[in-house]
Write a protein that binds this ligand. Structure first.
Ligand code: NAP
Length: 542
């Protein structure tokens, strides 16, 4: 087990404010690995984590049904052979309790906990130009200073509840899936309302439908949900995982999206109809995202190709829902397939065949207000014991802009990003020296690109240490060129065409910009490596 606690420079306490070399905000999948890598450099480091435990996404999203939509073996950390050989994923798409256990196992195995402070929500991070230090304050009032701040705050962590009129008046229990309580929520005998039909809701709904006396689902936009096809990992497969991790991660690093599968090199209409349909059926029978990210390669660029597969899915939905009126409401018709992240489900559509489940189409009858008894739409008041908001996140930018971050000249991060993220390589923003963003903002199987980002930041800080450099910040020109390049990449793809968190469309008033880096993951990795190899081209190092 490789920890380097022994090499760390000690924390310097001035009596008032603790001083560190590095402060990491967030103790989720990214923050834990970032901590490990920074500690290897022999630097003093503190992680401030809002939650009462480590795990980030897998700590907060503990709603029933929550699980990976990436194949488990591709989601785990790749950087410790010992960990890979020790840990055994039980399911092909592992559930939240197991995922949280995994991240706790990692925290223990690598002795990460001494550097992590839980229940520590960061309120502000202010750059002190004269001292070249960041002054970080928690909501508790506690302060700490560091030369570097690394925001490992996640891209889907700032939970969002729509500001419905009367929200606070509901007398029953209100829950958001992204801040789910630790204790089991008992749905037995209860009338439950679920708002939202995104990836979260489709995992939750079949389970609530089974337990609750009555479930009402409020849908604004129908989604192209597809079967997850989860199963247990057999001992034989477990052995294969362990024997083949190296080649599997190599493959993940070569595919455009960090999964083991790649787009089919053929174009949709090059393939005769019968053969095409057979291929669709074959993809449909497979687990995970392969039906999206292993489909014909023009599926996200050619609207007709996209529509061909969209129609295939619509028929699959119709076949699963008994009531044709309900089925038609569940069939998406207003956005291309894959322009919103595909929700992967288990028995989602079948839930609507149960007598105790009702679907309310908010396009027909919008929500007017939340009342003390429940939800009032334009035609009816629905009464509930529990309302669940599965209404998503202020994605990518929200977790950062909710912190009061101020750079050179007191410039506010929130103001700077008012028209969308402005970064160089997604890693830093001009005017905020030594402030790194460890978000895997590439369009990628999250951990695969998160590792790239974490390693790049750690290598950069290590390089600065070796060269005795104190300060790094991108030039405004490099940032401008990157923003233009990133925005241009979304032209010609259908990824930006849906009204989803991908483009900030789920948050009223949020500027519509594609929030992820729409190049392939290998292209992103190559660019980051090139910049570093050229002595951090585009950055000013002092
Ligand atoms: P989401 O995809 O943004 O879905 C939010 C849902 O709430 C949508 O159905 C949305 O409707 C609805 N909604 C939002 N505001 C509303 C309003 N004012 N009135 C009525 N309905 C409203 O959020 P999510 O389901 O939490 O998923 C977010 C992302 O988290 C996913 O795309 C995925 O990347 C990740 N995730 C992953 C997994 C996994 O399997 N690992 C599971 C869950 C989530 P509209 O569509 O009309 O906006």
């Amino acid at each position: 087990m490789a920890t380097s606690l022994q090499q760390q420079t000690p924390t310097v306490s001035t009596g008032l404010v603790d001083q560190y070399d590095v402060i990491i905000i967030g103790g989720g999948l990214t923050g834990l690995y970032q901590l490990y890598r920074i500690r290897e450099l022999g630097l003093s480091v503190r992680v401030f984590e809002d939650g009462g435990g480590v795990g980030g996404t897998w700590y907060w999203n503990r709603y029933p049904g929550c699980r990976f939509d990436s194949e488990s073996e591709t989601y785990g950390y790749s950087w410790s052979e010992e960990l890979l050989q020790e840990w055994e994923w039980k399911e092909h798409f592992s559930g939240q309790p197991e995922n949280e256990r995994y991240l706790n196992y990692v925290a223990d195995k690598f002795n990460l906990r001494p550097n992590i402070q839980l229940h520590a929500r960061v309120k502000s991070a202010i750059y002190d130009e004269k001292a070249n230090r960041w002054d970080v304050q928690l909501v508790s009032g506690q302060r700490a200073r560091a030369r570097f701040v690394i925001a490992a705050v996640g891209i889907l962590s700032a939970d969002y509840t729509p500001p419905f009129t009367g929200l606070e008046t509901f007398k029953g229990r209100s829950l958001h899936t992204g801040k789910w309580p630790r204790e089991k929520v008992d749905f037995a005998g209860k009338r439950v309302g679920v708002v939202g039909t995104g990836a979260t809701a489709v995992q939750l709904i079949p389970i609530v439908a089974k337990e609750a006396a009555h479930l009402t689902v409020f849908q604004r936009t129908a989604n192209y949900c597809a079967p997850l096809r989860n199963s247990l990992v057999t001992p034989e497969t477990q052995k294969q995982f362990k024997a083949n991790y190296k080649s599997m991660f190599k493959k993940c690093n070569e595919t455009p999206t960090g999964f083991v599968y790649d787009f089919d090199p053929r174009k949709t209409f090059e393939v005769p109809k019968e053969e095409r349909l057979a291929r669709y059926e074959e993809l449909w029978a497979k687990p995970g995202f392969e039906k999206w990210l292993g489909n014909f390669h023009d599926i996200m660029t050619n609207p007709e190709a996209n529509e061909d597969f969209a129609e295939f899915i619509r028929d699959k939905i119709r076949a699963r829902v008994k009531d044709p009126v309900v089925a038609e409401k569940l069939v998406p018709k207003d956005h291309p397939f894959g322009s919103k992240r595909i929700p992967l489900e288990t028995n989602y559509y079948e839930a609507y065949n149960q007598d105790n489940v009702v679907l309310v189409d908010l396009k027909e009858t919008p929500v007017e207000r939340i009342t003390p008894k429940g939800i009032k739409t334009s035609n009816k008041e629905y009464e509930f014991d529990i309302i669940i908001y599965a209404t998503g996140f202020d994605a990518v930018t929200g977790a950062l802009t909710r912190i009061d971050i101020r750079g050179e000249g007191g410039q506010s991060f929130k103001d700077k990003w008012a028209d969308g993220p402005r970064t160089y390589l997604g890693l830093q923003t001009a005017g905020f020296p030594n402030f790194f963003i460890a978000n895997s903002a590439a369009f990628c199987n999250f951990p695969r690109c998160a590792e790239t980002v974490v390693e790049w930041i750690a290598n950069c800080i290590g390089y600065m240490g070796k060269k005795n450099l104190q300060r790094i910040v991108p030039t405004p020109a490099a940032e401008e060129a990157w923003v233009e390049h990133a925005n241009a990449l979304t032209e010609g793809t259908l990824f930006a065409k849906g009204n989803s968190w991908f483009v900030g469309a789920n948050i009223p008033g949020k500027k519509r910009v594609f929030l992820l880096y729409a190049n392939t993951a290998p292209a992103y990795r190559k660019k980051c490596a090139e910049v570093a190899a050229k002595g951090y081209e585009g950055f000013v190092l002092q």
